[in-house]
Design a protein around this ligand. Structure first.
Ligand SMILES: *Cc1c(COP(=O)(O)O)cnc(C)c1O
Length: 377
């Protein structure tokens, strides 16, 4: 009999979700918005030291779209985006009929490269258009080089949308990821560090911006007794049922971060003996990754694929890193600034099982595959 499948990243319940869902059902708040949504937003605001304002949305993708709308991104505008990411970072640029400008990664954090970012900004300005926004990503929970990236953005006065979908619980110099940009974005999709089944959040710096985001997320209803609209509206609000799951999940956020740190230590132990494998790790102690996903770099694409197949043989899920956006058929016609760093990460990188629910037995199975694989090559 085959062993049970070990997945990359699964959610698990805290046990508190049901109570909040029951409350929503019993009180007939079975719709988008409602008391659980307000309470979930308050919990998230507390998590961000009450220094930010949070809007719960029906996905992380819609939160990114709202950020672009609120920054006034319109058809024909240019928006810089980290190439090494999940497509949800970049798709909303196209929803606005704007033009994505992709920027390569650097080798330390695998995130947006400061040098190429500045080269891109200068070149776009020279060509006649200053980019309207920069979407920077904390890949797999690893903070990007925040001081350097924000210094460049400030110099050219371009707002940053911080895609923190994978980085709830990460911080840089003690300040939480998601709170650095003009906007921060979280995701509560099923594979993230906590889930609402599907959902996201937009983090902003003022009550006024939060209110505007809610206005757009609830069909842009003008103040009138009838329904009147003078702006394009969106149905992007989180449902009261999903927010109930979120409230239950908030109770295990810290615990989940602890599990993910433990997974990382487990991988560090395995790979410390293997000189030719590089484990994705905090650059220095200014960086604190939640280690949402652990990833390694192998020496060649062939080696990476053989290890992936060896895992698959043992019914263990592993996956190549995100395929860079500038290599995707839908995005390849847009400008790219870089030098093959993200390509190489894509070729040689492999994400490893990192769920909060990995058992000791799972870990021994994973370790066995790795040990046997490197013994055999
Ligand atoms: C998951 C994710 C998103 C999108 O979030 P959804 O809630 O799935 O829409 C955006 N960016 C990154 C980097 C993600 O990993």
């Amino acid at each position: 009999m085959k062993d049970e499948r070990i997945y990359l990243s699964l959610s698990q319940e805290s046990g508190f979700e049901e109570g909040y869902i029951q409350k929503a059902l019993k009180s007939n708040w079975i719709t988008s918005g409602g008391p659980n949504v307000d309470e979930f937003e308050n919990e998230l605001q507390k998590y961000f030291e009450n220094e930010n304002f949070v809007v719960a949305s029906n996905s992380g993708t819609s939160a990114i779209h709202l950020a672009l709308i609120l920054l006034g991104v319109k058809a024909g505008d240019e928006v810089i985006c980290q190439s090494m990411t999940f497509s949800a970072s970049a798709n909303p640029i196209l929803y606005q009929n704007a033009c994505p400008i992709f920027v390569d990664s650097e080798v330390d954090t695998w995130n947006i490269c400061p040098e190429y970012l500045e080269i891109a900004i200068k070149d776009r300005i020279k060509k006649g258009k200053k980019p309207k926004a920069i979407i920077a990503v904390h890949l797999y929970g690893m903070p990007y080089k925040i001081d350097q990236i924000h210094a460049i953005a400030d110099k050219y006065e371009i707002p940053i949308i911080e895609d923190s979908a994978e980085a709830l619980g990460s911080n840089y110099k003690g300040k939480k990821c998601g709170s650095f940009g003009a906007f921060g974005v979280l995701s509560f999709n099923g594979n993230k560090i906590i889930t609402t089944s599907s959902g996201g959040a937009l983090i902003s710096n003022s009550k006024e911006t939060k209110d505007k985001a809610i206005f757009y997320a609830t069909q842009s209803k003008d103040l009138a007794v009838h329904y009147q609209h003078s702006k394009i509206g969106y149905n992007y609000r989180m449902s009261n049922i999903c927010a109930g799951i979120g409230l239950g999940q908030m109770k295990i956020l810290e615990k989940n971060i602890g599990f993910r740190q433990a997974n990382h230590s487990f991988y560090r132990d395995i790979f410390k003996e293997l000189e030719n494998v590089k484990l994705f790790d905090n650059v220095n102690d200014e960086f604190f990754s939640n280690y949402w996903l652990n990833a390694i770099l192998l020496e060649t694409v062939e080696e990476r694929e053989s290890l992936r197949l060896a895992f698959e043989e043992a019914n263990i899920e592993s996956r190549p890193l995100w395929k860079p956006m500038h290599l995707q058929p839908i995005f390849e016609k847009y400008p790219f600034y870089g030098n093959r760093i993200s390509e190489q990460l894509f070729e040689k990188g492999l994400c490893l099982p990192s769920g909060s629910n990995l058992t000791d037995k799972d870990k021994s199975r994973i370790k066995e595959v790795v040990i046997n694989f490197f013994k055999s090559i």
